[in-house]
Design a protein around this ligand. Structure first.
Ligand code: SF4
Ligand code: SF4
Length: 285
């Protein structure tokens, strides 16, 4: 298990064979398109910068690893963060583009059943690496994973899949607080911290955390703000997390539960019918 290709194969094989990679529509339709992998060093300085920005409660890879292996902590330089992207399928994106106020059935199912698969995948990858002699943990699956209040950013989790993906080279943040990746911002993310010597992917965007959003890079677009039915995105203020969560908890989540029988917190209308839906905007390439 000493190459990125082999790690990527573990992830892609699970994507191919796991019954939980399903929208549970009775058709066998998968929840996600093919995953993609990027690797960050555990001692990348951006992990500490993220902690300084968001709050002391945000785990570094070293801290997350030490929670899982308190008797045998590892120095950050010996750790790698394996981050993966699960893109929404073309069918799910096409459905969602037609909606203006509620998530579609496919989107609601990917948010619920697809995230169940994502949790399975995190654990499967960590267990596979552990069995191969590389102690590993999926921070999002730790018992202490949870949400706290960040002074600057409102409620925030103590492990951020988006920030891990940014450091690993998968993409940069959008006006709507999502991550714009080469497969767009209509994606879910996951990660595992492992004591393993893997080559890192590198960031083609350097440290610029907004490089792939048209609004931040060129002062144009704002399509995601127009798509949001809750006015939770503005070009002046960015993403209003509270307004977004209020709309989801009061409107889209009850609708999805009643209509499709799904749980979780689906919405994502701002992630489609935008230039960064399934790619980095053409103007920035
Ligand atoms: S829709 Fe435009 S402004 Fe919004 S995140 Fe995408 S590129 Fe940025
Ligand atoms: S997830 Fe929904 S409510 Fe939140 S910003 Fe996007 S469109 Fe608006």
């Amino acid at each position: 298990m000493d190459s990125v290709i082999r790690v990527e194969k573990v992830i892609q094989d699970f994507w191919t064979t796991s019954p939980s990679n399903s929208l549970h529509l009775g058709t066998g339709e998968k929840a996600w398109a093919m995953p993609h992998v990027a690797i960050a060093r555990g001692d990348d300085p951006l992990f500490l910068r993220n902690k300084e920005m968001i709050g002391p409660f945000l785990w570094t890879p070293e801290e997350a690893y030490a929670l899982a292996f308190p008797e045998t902590p590892a120095p950050a330089c010996e750790l790698r963060v394996i981050s993966y992207v699960l893109p929404q399928t073309p069918e799910t994106r096409a459905d969602q583009r037609l909606e203006k106020t509620m998530p579609t059935e496919r989107w609601a199912r990917s948010r619920f059943h697809g995230e169940e698969f994502n949790c399975d995948l995190r654990l499967h990858l960590a267990e596979t690496l552990n069995r191969a002699g590389h102690p590993s943990v999926a921070p999002e699956r730790l018992p202490d994973f949870g949400w706290q209040q960040s002074e600057r950013f409102g409620f925030a989790s103590n492990w951020s899949e988006r920030h891990a993906a940014f450091v690993a080279g998968h993409g940069t943040f959008s006006l709507s607080d999502a991550l714009i990746t080469p497969w767009g911002q209509a994606v879910r993310l996951g990660s595992v911290v492992s004591r393993i010597d893997l080559p890192v992917t590198g960031r083609v965007y350097g440290d610029d955390h907004h490089a792939w959003c048209l609004w931040y890079a060129k002062g144009i677009c704002g399509a995601c703000a127009t798509r949001c039915p809750a006015d939770a995105i503005t070009t002046g203020e960015g993403h209003d997390k509270q307004a977004c969560m209020t709309y989801i908890l009061d409107t889209t989540a009850p609708h999805a539960t009643k209509t499709y029988g799904t749980g979780a917190t689906p919405c994502g209308l701002c992630q489609v019918k935008v230039p960064c839906e399934a790619q980095v905007p053409q103007e920035l390439l």
